[in-house]
Design a protein. Structure first.
Length: 532
């Protein structure tokens, strides 16, 4: 198996994504996760460009990674100067990395319009910068910026820039699709032409650095690899400027599991999903549930026919085993479900059902009826479990709502006041509570009323609240769907409410969340098994 060198630039190129900011500690955390994943190259940033990147490299000198090469990034020297006197290059040397990635201009347009210099001086900038770094004991990766645009505009000059980098002593030559506008067939053609032209004896090492402006970065990376490059530069989750960089979470499994290239050890590959989600957490960007390979929904099944087939043989609707990338199969419940969906979810929840049991079809029929009304249980599995337990006769009446009122005011410190009247074991309880919003106040009042009977509720709390208008054309009369996520500090669960009254929908979701919490924390209250 040909070894493909994975070069991660999440900490530099990925951090250029709009709205994404990394502190030094964030960068160190991500770098150590990438190191554990077995990524051989980690580009840490541009020392000298900002104090944060300089501090990052200083910290890694004191606490080195275990196996990955940390790479400093910079541009060639400025026009009209000397590399030995360039302050940016001095900062690169001070970073103390063995490897340096240096980028230079391949496109004559950028030389004349961007650098405001002549083509000859650009060649000298490439030569002088690389030779200086080599003389200082550094090994170099040359990123040929705007390579494909430059090659298509003036192939003769683009090849001169590449040959200059080769002659100056660059160890790697990386073709950059900086604007992200090149098509895969052009990647294949140009990479093949260039490698055959500058390296007919196959003694040099080449890489690819694609951007995703045409949603082709992963395809372009694969096209380049099959055309002869052995390094791929990209980012975790495809983070990057504009539309992003090539997504390593897709590239790695595609190359390794589909095309028999070697990128990571099989054991490390099973950590890919974990690392993807860890990085999204650190950078504070919600993970893409629908991302290939590592998304929460990458191996989810919703249609009844699909679920039934996957139960018999996963190959029917799964192109790889989820565990190969550290992911897992999920069975969703919806109006498209069949009996297999219900049976699988029942099994996951510790409930015993069979196809022959008439209650199984009763559950399915009730599910479809409720989804027609606006419910959506694939995002509220706690509510679906309560529904199943009700039909199976495994629930008890914990409390009954007699009514509630919510008052909102902008004149008081606490904007909302809620009163609730509930019945527990034949006793009527009337309670009031304030909150910073109507749902918060309603939740507080309900918990206050119930906690004297169920003290375990003090360990449960709301963690998320989402509202969706189902039929927006109806305006303020539209049906509202509310999802409430609750937690007891160990488990999290989501419940749903649906009504044309947002407070009624909210109450339904909150009340079910409380009911489910009681089943989790104190199943003996209702003679139910513990729910994990």
């Amino acid at each position: 198996m040909t070894q493909i060198q994975i070069y991660d630039t999440t900490l530099r190129d990925g951090a250029q994504r709009e709205g994404l900011t990394l502190a030094v500690e964030d960068k160190l955390k991500i770098a150590r996760q990438l190191d554990k994943l077995g990524v051989p190259w980690i580009e840490g940033g541009w020392p000298g460009a900002n104090p944060k990147d300089g501090e990052f490299f200083r910290r890694l000198q004191l606490e080195p990674l275990t196996q990955a090469e940390v790479v400093a990034f910079c541009s060639t020297r400025r026009p009209g100067g000397l590399a030995a006197e360039d302050k940016m290059l001095a900062a690169i040397i001070a970073a103390g990395t063995k490897w340096v990635t240096i980028f230079g201009k391949s496109w004559d347009l950028h030389v004349t319009e961007g650098l405001k210099t002549n083509l000859g001086e650009n060649l000298e900038m490439i030569r002088d910068s690389i030779e200086y770094l080599v003389a200082q004991g550094r090994r170099t990766i040359y990123d040929a910026e705007h390579w494909f645009d430059g090659y298509k505009a003036n192939s003769e000059y683009a090849l001169q820039t590449l040959q200059t980098a080769i002659d100056a002593g660059a160890d790697w030559l990386v073709f950059c699709d900086t604007n992200g506008g090149t098509m895969p067939h052009d990647i294949t053609r140009i990479v093949s032409e260039v490698i055959n032209t500058v390296d007919p004896n196959h003694q040099l090492q080449f890489g690819i650095h694609p951007h995703n402006d045409c949603e082709l970065a992963v395809a372009n990376a694969i096209a380049a690899v099959t055309s002869g490059v052995t390094m791929v530069q990209g980012t975790i989750n495809g983070y990057g400027e504009r539309c992003g960089n090539a997504n390593l979470c897709s590239i790695i499994p595609n190359l390794q599991l589909k095309l028999d290239y070697s990128c990571l050890t099989p054991t490390n590959l099973t950590r890919l999903t974990q690392v993807s989600r860890y990085v999204s957490e650190v950078v504070n960007v919600a993970p893409n549930d629908y991302a290939a390979f590592v998304g929460k929904c990458a191996f989810s099944h919703k249609g009844g026919i699909h679920v039934s087939a996957v139960e018999r043989n996963p190959l029917t609707y799964e192109h790889i085993a989820p565990i190969q990338v550290g992911n897992e199969r999920r069975i969703a419940i919806s109006e498209q479900s069949g009996l297999s969906n219900v049976l699988i979810k029942a099994s996951e929840m510790g409930l015993t059902l069979t196809k022959a049991d008439p209650r199984t079809r009763q559950i399915l029929a009730k599910l479809k009826e409720l989804e027609y009304q606006g419910y959506q249980f694939e995002g509220a599995e706690a509510s679906f479990e309560l529904l199943m337990r009700e039909i199976l006769g495994q629930t008890a009446t914990l409390f009954t709502i007699q009514g509630f009122q919510v008052h909102c005011s902008i004149a008081t410190q606490h904007h909302s006041l809620a009163t609730v009247k509930v019945t527990v074991d034949g006793q009527n309880i009337l309670e009031a509570a304030e909150g910073n919003g109507p749902v918060s106040a309603l939740d507080a009042a309900l918990r206050k009323a119930l906690s004297q009977f169920y003290p375990e509720l003090t360990k449960c709390y709301l963690t998320d609240y989402k509202v969706r208008i189902i039929d927006g054309a109806e305006g303020t009369s539209a049906i509202t769907r509310v999802l409430v996520e609750s937690s007891n500090g160990i488990h999290r669960w989501t419940t749903i409410g649906v009504s044309d009254n947002i407070l009624e929908a909210s109450y339904q979701a909150v009340a079910q969340g409380i009911e489910y919490g009681l089943l989790v924390k104190s199943p003996q209250t209702c003679s139910l098994v513990d729910v994990k």
